[in-house]
Design a binder for this molecule. Structure first.
Ligand code: CO
Length: 132
C-alpha cells in the first residue's frame, strides 16, 4: 500500500493554489469536477503521492459540511490498494464501519470507497484502486 493522496478541503481551489502552487512550488497537473461527490479537485504531485485540493460544487457537498464544521484543512487520507473489493471485504469482516459498501468512481476514473472515521479513531480514510 501507499499514500495515493492527501485530501485537503478548501473554500476555493484558486485561492488555495496561491499557497500550494505559487508559494510552495507544487504543480497542479490535473483539475476535474467529480459529480458523484459534488467536488472540484486539483491534483498536485508530491513525491510518489499527491496533494488533492477539494472545493465544493454544491451546498450539499460533503466538503461544504466539513468547511462549515471545521473550516479548511486535511479532510481525508487516501490509501492505494490493489483490490478495493477485497480490502472492503476484509475491513467489513473485522466489523469496521464503512461509508461506502461498494466502490464508486472517483477522480481520474479510479475506484474509491470511504471508510468511516469511527473505524480508524478519527481519520476519514479513502481506499483507491487505480485503473491499470
Ligand atoms: Co480523495
Amino acid at each position: 500500500m501507499k499514500i495515493n493522496h492527501l485530501g485537503i478541503a478548501t473554500k476555493g481551489i484558486d485561492e488555495a493554489l496561491k499557497f500550494w502552487s505559487d508559494a510552495l512550488g507544487l504543480e497542479n497537473v490535473h483539475t476535474e469536477i467529480v459529480e458523484d461527490q459534488k467536488v472540484k479537485v486539483a491534483m498536485l504531485p508530491i513525491g510518489e503521492s499527491r496533494v488533492e485540493l477539494l472545493e465544493p460544487t454544491s451546498p450539499d457537498s460533503p466538503i461544504s459540511k466539513f468547511l462549515e464544521k471545521r473550516g479548511g484543512g486535511i479532510h481525508h487520507i487516501a490509501v492505494e490498494v490493489d483490490d478495493i473489493e477485497a480490502s472492503l471485504a476484509n475491513l467489513r469482516s473485522q466489523g469496521m464501519r464503512l461509508i461506502d459498501e461498494s466502490p464508486r468512481i472517483g477522480a481520474e476514473g479510479c475506484l474509491v470507497a470511504f471508510v468511516h472515521p469511527a473505524a480508524s479513531g478519527g481519520v476519514l480514510l479513502e481506499l483507491v484502486q487505480t485503473i491499470k
